[in-house]
Design a protein around this ligand. Structure first.
Ligand SMILES: NC(=O)c1ccc[n+]([C@@H]2O[C@H](COP(=O)([O-])OP(=O)(O)OC[C@H]3O[C@@H](n4cnc5c(N)ncnc54)[C@H](OP(=O)(O)O)[C@@H]3O)[C@@H](O)[C@H]2O)c1
Length: 296
């Protein structure tokens, strides 16, 4: 029996939530030779370090998950935001061009302005309203204009296991913790989103790479919800009886402008793979079981 040759893949940001899952899943499939690069191994801002690391070995795919993604942090420090999210992305894309590798850039729903109430598909026009969103859109555009072969992979509100050696850190873990301690949970009902389970997104990326997909992909789970709806659904799956309070966004969020409606949906996944992403609530239940928060 002949096997397809393994794809050689470098994952930048390999200790992160999504990077860690990519390294784990891609290694497990046996379809890839995976080179995981932590921030310590490679700083994408350092152009010569990027060249040293990426130009002298055969790679078919480079997945860039590195980001400065604190929304308030980016607003306070646009220079670092652009250095990592935009110039860093260009450095990686330029290396991909040199070695003829597919460049995958992880991006975000925050490239949209949030005025469209219905979910955004891949044709929706980006128009970011804060520094994080502007820097990520710049990262997308620099990746597109620099790497001849590229895949822009947009996710949002990611939950899932932590990066290797790191404690659970997503909003789901935080909400579980509050509920387990009997604390009242406050949630905003005005902002809509599409949660992303990191394991589902990573399996999708694997399928897309095998299918040779390029361009922009919206990689969230199916369906959309407000934070309040998400919290209520989560609590309905947990064995704790805690109150949930609906609060206005102003009393909860910082002054940094945030898009109100950023649910994503994909029309391309169906076209390319003939399937759709499962609903976020099904993925959420699986994550709660995987973490031992609830029984199957
Ligand atoms: N998490 C979400 O809800 C979400 C939503 C939308 C989009 N995204 C996008 O998804 C991607 C991955 O996010 P994530 O949640 O996995 O974030 P994460 O857990 O913070 O992982 C990011 C990784 O990048 C590394 N990194 C940071 N700066 C770097 C640099 N200058 N050079 C090289 N590596 C660097 C980090 O290392 P250190 O921690 O050691 O610095 C970390 O390993 C990002 O592009 C983000 O914009 C995430």
């Amino acid at each position: 029996m002949t096997h397809a040759p393994k794809k050689r893949v470098a994952v930048i940001g390999a200790t992160g939530r999504i990077g860690g899952q990519i390294v784990e899943w891609f290694s497990r499939t046996g379809r890839y030779d995976v080179l995981g690069l932590s921030h310590q191994d490679l700083d994408v801002v350092d152009e010569s370090a990027v060249k040293r690391r990426l130009l002298h070995q055969p790679l078919d795919v480079v997945i860039n998950t590195a980001a400065f993604h604190s929304v308030d942090g980016c607003q306070r420090d646009p220079r670092t935001s652009f250095a990592v999210n935009a110039i860093g992305a260009m450095n990686v894309a330029a290396a991909c061009r040199e070695i003829d590798a597919l460049c995958v850039y992880l991006s975000t729903d925050y490239v949209f302005d949030g005025r469209q109430e219905s979910p955004h598909d891949e044709d929706a026009r980006p128009n970011p309203i804060n520094v994080y969103g502007v820097s990520k859109l710049a990262g997308e555009q620099l990746t597109m204009s620099t790497a001849p072969r590229r895949l822009i992979f947009r996710v949002e509100r990611v939950f899932g296991p932590p990066g290797p050696g790191r404690p659970p850190s997503t909003y789901v873990d935080a909400l579980y913790d509050k509920a387990a301690h009997g604390q009242t949970i406050r949630a905003v009902d005005s902002h809509t989103m599409s949660p992303t389970y990191s394991r589902d997104a990573v399996k999708l990326l694997d399928d897309l790479l095998q299918a040779g997909a390029t361009g922009v992909i919206h990689a969230t789970n199916g369906g959309s919800c407000t934070w309040l709806e998400f919290t209520q659904t989560l609590l309905s799956m947990l064995p704790f009886d805690v109150p949930v309070e609906s609060v206005p966004a102003e009393s909860f969020l910082s002054d940094t402008p945030r898009p109100t409606h950023t649910a994503l949906r994909s029309k391309r996944i169906k076209q390319i793979l003939g399937r759709e992403m499962r609903h976020w609530s099904e993925a959420l239940r699986e994550y709660l079981v995987a973490m031992g928060y609830i029984e199957e």
